[in-house]
Design a protein. Sequence first.
Length: 318
Amino acid sequence: MNKSTCLVTGCAGFIGSHLTRSLLDAGYGVVGVDNFFTGYAHNMDGFIDHHRFKFYEASITEKGLLERLKNENPELDAIFQLAAIVSVPYSVEHAELTMEVNFEANARMIASAQRLGISTFVFAGSAAEYGEENRLPVREEYADEATQLSPYGVAKYKSSSLIEKGGFGCSLRFFNIFGPRQDPTSQYSGVISKFVDFGLAGKNMVIFGDGEQTRDFLYVSDVVTSYFIAAGFDKQGRGPLSGVYNVGTGNTTSVRELAVTVARLTAAPDKIIYKQERVGDIKHSCADVSKISASGFKAEISFEKGLEKTIEWAESQQ
Ligand SMILES: NC(=O)c1ccc[n+]([C@@H]2O[C@H](COP(=O)([O-])OP(=O)(O)OC[C@H]3O[C@@H](n4cnc5c(N)ncnc54)[C@H](O)[C@@H]3O)[C@@H](O)[C@H]2O)c1
């Protein structure tokens, strides 16, 4: 039987490029969409010429986009919606645009997917949907009582809720993801890519606050595994998931521990500079992963192994 053709939006981004590569390797066709808002053409170097990959430079806000793609790729049957405005501070400054990209475009895509009879829709949700939550680890239903702290969090939550209430598709609420191709140059990028960049450059690492804040860090290949499970592309044969699922490790690492480990692995000076805590920074974050675990998900790459792979990649880019 021929494997499905999947739409991956945000395919030139950090996670989207890993997912696309893995889908192609597993024998799926991929229609990729990106408008290079934060993604890069070079992230697609490994697959742009693949015979089962077709790229469209387009925005997910384009009306009738899915209809156009389905018309030109009738075999398209699964959607991975990763394209988004990903920066929380940017979302605060551009609330309207964030709502348009991170919520309205999703609502439209979901309605079109159902109309077109597409079987699978997987959305990239976020831990930001929980706001500041003191009950740890965080369970999926806590988001319904949460106050999200940014337009980014609000739009992600609205999209996840639409999916949950509508009974079509699923939302994977990712915690802190890291790995190769995460952009360290952006002022908003993840703490790991920044620390690795600093470590390799022999610079001191800067921590905002006391460094005791904790995060649930998940390596990107485990994210790809969760996508395969969500779409029913793993070996279990249970079909696509529906509803909302946390995706993390269920473990935490402090930012100080992260800085010390990166310093050790990059042979950087392990001098850490502490600066004033940033307003709006969440103190602790950890996923309750029992729901996705019941569907067969388990993070396989340890924090240290993931860091080693990320550093190896960053070194290869120098
Ligand atoms: N990286 C994390 O830790 C993390 C955590 C939780 C959720 N997520 C979610 O995962 C998804 C992927 O994030 P990422 O870390 O790979 O970020 P990224 O910035 O590398 O990828 C996002 C991609 O979407 C593209 N894009 C943005 N707006 C678009 C639009 N209107 N039309 C088409 N393409 C558009 C960007 O150009 C980029 O290539 C996002 O939805 C993000 O919110 C990421």
